[in-house]
Design a protein around this ligand. Structure first.
Ligand code: UGA
Length: 436
């Protein structure tokens, strides 16, 4: 019942499909049973509440309930190991527990791997653990599919209700048929394009998708860094123009402080590691990651350009979450920027509308925390905008002038209107110097 499991369960129940969420964390289970989301995601709370009220959704830590169901979605996490490779321990444990229950079950059962796993995992580790513990064979009494998700934090419910595709990887017709049937019931006449393929291909689709998106971000950040060197050039214009070419597309071309979140870095590392173990070095993806890592250094470099040495300077970091409308700081650019600032001897005060509790768990008292943007700006030598929150976008040039010691602004998300800041030391990422 992590992010993917919760959203999957809530949306299944919302379409009248009886669903039980299983998690080893008892406190989480209790919370879900009360119809409360244990994490922040728009609409999830309401959906859980409705599902529980209509008795279409329940949660338990008793995996034995699986015996009374038809289909199991595996949605456990697949974190990174030290070397970047995928950690399959949760997959192994969950599959083994599942198989033990299925041993006693009569009739067909479909197991669907929704977790992001490297190619070969469904047909390898999952199949092996499942067959061993259930003492059944995949294909006859057991169905097995790989069926990745493409949910984005913040719009996950909408993404689950209106996906641009469904990818089903299976070895046999029956399991693919059963899962397609479930999705037909879910989507009715609005079934999204269906890609039926092998489990390995389905698994790779997920990595290819995230690798492409991450590379698109690193690409535009590279162009931004070049644009910064050219008088009269702004990366926004470049993105707008190239985005009109349908082969390129306009989305995911926002230059910024680098991508964050629980997936891009983790999945790229897993894909790189997977390829290298097969004697192929995916240079492109290493560059995507390296560019992303360096982007935080560049952001701090802009602050240095404005201030000179950052030693003992008070820097306000505006925004900590990896993107707006979430409290998630996993792999967030803010952390890389803050680490750089600390390395340079700066004193950091941070503001975020939602992510301060999570940041405190990681950075504790290494930095100061402000209750609002204004108190973060108070007495600051420089403000760095790291997340594109509406609360930060709404700040006025007077706010910076009134509260800051010296109004130096690094707009790493390009959310302020440059016209309002012509009288200040304002630099947006990807904007070249104005022509004298
Ligand atoms: C991403 C993918 O978009 C989903 O399709 C995928 O299912 C998910 O990972 C996953 O594998 O679970 P998410 O991590 O929620 O979703 O975040 P995105 O909205 O994709 O943003 C990722 C990062 O890229 C953010 O830090 C965002 O600020 C940054 N970004 C995105 C840019 O800097 N510029 C852009 O133009 C777009």
């Amino acid at each position: 019942m992590g992010y993917v499991g919760l959203c999957t369960a809530a949306t299944l129940a919302s379409r009248g499909i009886r669903t039980i969420g299983i998690d080893i964390d008892q406190a989480r289970v209790e919370q879900i049973r009360k119809g409360k989301a244990p994490l922040h995601e728009p609409h999830l709370d309401t959906m859980l509440k409705n599902g529980v009220k209509k008795k279409l959704l329940d949660a338990t830590s008793e995996i034995s309930v699986v015996a009374g169901t038809d289909t199991t979605f595996l949605t456990v996490g697949t974190p990174s190991q030290q070397d970047g490779s995928i950690d399959l321990s949760y997959i192994k444990n969950a599959t083994e527990d599942l198989g033990n229950v299925l041993r006693e079950k009569r009739g067909y059962h479909l197991v669907v791997v929704k977790s992001t796993v490297v190619p070969g995992t469904t047909n390898g580790t999952v199949r092996r653990f499942l067959e061993q513990s259930s003492r059944k064979t995949v294909g006859e009494e057991l169905g097995l599919c790989a069926n990745p998700e493409f949910l984005k934090e913040g719009t996950a419910i909408n993404d689950a209700l209106h996906p641009d595709k469904i990818v089903i990887g299976s070895n046999d017709k029956k399991s693919a048929h059963e899962l397609t049937r479930l999705y037909r019931r879910f989507y009715g006449s609005k079934l999204p394009p269906l890609i039926l393929t092998t489990p390995e291909a389905a698994e790779l689709v997920k990595y290819a998708s995230n690798a492409f998106l991450a590379t698109k971000v690193s690409f535009i950040n590279t162009i931004a860094n070049i644009a910064e060197q050219i008088p009269g050039v702004d990366v926004g214009t470049i993105a707008e123009a190239i985005g009109l070419d349908p082969r390129i597309g306009s989305l995911f071309l926002k230059a910024g402080p680098g991508y964050g979140g629980s997936c891009f870095h983790k999945d790229l590392q897993a894909l790189i590691n997977y390829s290298q173990n097969r004697n192929y070095d995916p240079v492109l993806f290493r560059a995507t990651e390296e560019t992303n890592e360096q982007q935080a250094v560049r952001v701090v470099g802009i602050a240095e350009k404005l201030l000179g040495s950052l030693s003992s300077k008070r820097i306000a970091v505006l925004g900590l979450a990896f993107k707006k409308d979430t409290d998630d700081i996993r792999e967030a650019a803010s952390i890389r920027v803050i680490n750089q600032l600390k390395k340079k001897g700066a004193r950091v005060v941070a503001y975020d509308p939602m992510a301060i509790p999570n940041t405190k768990k990681t950075l504790s008292d290494q930095i100061d925390y402000a209750e609002n943007a204004y108190s973060a700006l108070k007495g600051a030598d420089c403000a760095i905008i790291v997340t594109e929150w509406d609360q930060i976008r709404k700040l006025k040039s007077e706010d910076f002038r009134t509260y800051m010691k010296t109004p130096n602004i690094v707009d790493a998300r390009r959310i302020l209107d440059p016209q309002q800041y012509t009288q200040m030391n304002y630099i947006a990422i990807g904007t070249g110097p104005s022509r004298a």
